[in-house]
Design a binder for this molecule. Structure first.
Ligand SMILES: Cc1cc2nc3c(=O)[nH]c(=O)nc-3n(C[C@H](O)[C@H](O)[C@H](O)COP(=O)(O)O)c2cc1C
Length: 290
C-alpha cells in the first residue's frame, strides 16, 4: 500500500512529482503512479509541495501542515547580511525570564531545519531552572579541574623521572592551563560556563543518526538568528558540550536518552551589553576553480 495517493480527478499528469522523485513515482507513457513506502520515501514532502494541482496526499504526514508559500515577501540581502554581522556571543544577561511562548517558538522552528537523510532526529532539552543551570556549570568546572590535575601529575611524574614530555602531553598541558581560570572565576562568584543565563538549550541526537552533529548545529544556528529577532542574545557553550559527552556526573544530571550525544549547546537571554559596532574577522580563505 503506497503512503502517497494521487487524486486522479485533480492530477494533470504533468510528471513533476516523478521528475523530483524517481524512487517513489513512475511515469509510464505520461501516466503517473505512486509507490511510496518506507523503502523509498524519506518524508521530505517535496512531491506534495511541488504538485501544481494539489492532487497528492501522504498518509504518514500531517497534510494540514503544508501551507502556501508566500512569495510576496522579499528578503533584502544586505539587511540579512547585516543581521549576520550583528550577531555576537553574549555572556552577560539581564535577570529576566524568557517567555515560555518564545522558547516554544524557537523549539518548534527547529522542526523545519534540514537534517541528513531527513531523519529529523534532533531532540532539544530546554533548561531554565536556576539551580540546575548552576549545577551544570559547577560540574563542568569540576570536570576541567580534574582534567588539569591529571595532566599536571603526568607532567610532574615525567619531569621527576627526567623523561621527555611527549609533544601531545605538552600541548594538552598548555591547553589545560587556559582552563585553570574557570575555577578561579567560580571562586569569586562568577559562572564562567553558562554565564548565569536564564535559559540553556541542548541539542542532542542519537549517534546512530545519519549526521547527528551537523543536524544539531544547523538547528542551533537557526535558533541563534531567530532569537535575535526576539531581542535575545545567545552564545554557544562548547565547554558544557565537552563535559556533557564525556563526564559521568554531567551525563547523569542531563539524563539524556541512552545512545544520544550532545551536538550543540546554547545559552539564551536578554543581553546586558549592547554592541555598538560590528567586528573585524579574518578574510575567508577561498579558492575559486572556474
Ligand atoms: C562551537 C563553539 C563553541 C563555543 N564555546 C564557547 C564556550 O564554551 N564558552 C563561551 O563563552 N563561548 C563559546 N563560544 C563563543 C566563541 O568564543 C565566539 O563565537 C567567538 O569568540 C567569536 O565571537 P562572536 O561569536 O561574538 O563573533 C563558542 C563558539 C562556538 C562556535
Amino acid at each position: 500500500m503506497s503512503w502517497v495517493s494521487i487524486d486522479q480527478d485533480k492530477c494533470n499528469n504533468c510528471g513533476i512529482c516523478a521528475l523530483r522523485c524517481m524512487r517513489c513515482f513512475s511515469n509510464t507513457d505520461g501516466e503517473i503512479t505512486a509507490h511510496a513506502d518506507e523503502d523509498c520515501c524519506n518524508l521530505c514532502g517535496h512531491c506534495i509541495a511541488l504538485c501544481p494541482t494539489d492532487a497528492i496526499t501522504h498518509s504518514q504526514m500531517d497534510m494540514s501542515n503544508f501551507t502556501e508559500v508566500n512569495d510576496q515577501i522579499s528578503y533584502d540581502t544586505d539587511e540579512f547580511i547585516q543581521l549576520i554581522r550583528q550577531r555576537r556571543s553574549h555572556r552577560s544577561f539581564k535577570d529576566r525570564e524568557i517567555p515560555r511562548n518564545d522558547l516554544e517558538k524557537l523549539v518548534d522552528m527547529c522542526r523545519y531545519t534540514p537534517t541528513g537523510s531527513n531523519l529529523q532526529t534532533v531532540q532539544i532539552k530546554v533548561i531554565s531552572n536556576k539551580e540546575k543551570i548552576k549545577k551544570l556549570s559547577d560540574l563542568t568546572i569540576d570536570y576541567f579541574m580534574e582534567m588539569i590535575n591529571k595532566i599536571e601529575s603526568q607532567v610532574k611524574q615525567l619531569s621527576l623521572e627526567k623523561k621527555e614530555i611527549p609533544k601531545e602531553l605538552r600541548e594538552m598541558h598548555d591547553f589545560a592551563n587556559r582552563y585553570r581560570m574557570l575555577g578561579l572565576a567560580r571562586d569569586i562568584g562568577m559562572d564562567p560556563i553558562l554565564h548565569q543565563a536564564p535559559a540553556v538549550m541542548l541539542f542532542h541526537s542519537p549517534s546512530s543518526s545519519s549526521t547527528p552533529k551537523d543536524d544539531c548545529v544547523i538547528a542551533a544556528q537557526t535558533v541563534v538568528l531567530t532569537a535575535m529577532t526576539m531581542g535575545l542574545g545567545t552564545c554557544y557553550i562548547g565547554l558544557l558540550n565537552f563535559s556533557a559527552n564525556s563526564y559521568a556526573p554531567v551525563k547523569e544530571e542531563l539524563n539524556l536518552p541512552s545512545g544520544n550525544k550532545v551536538g550543540s549547546i546554547l545559552v539564551l537571554g536578554y543581553p546586558k551589553l549592547k554592541f555598538l559596532l560590528t567586528v573585524d574577522r579574518k578574510p575567508i580563505q577561498v579558492e575559486w576553480e572556474v
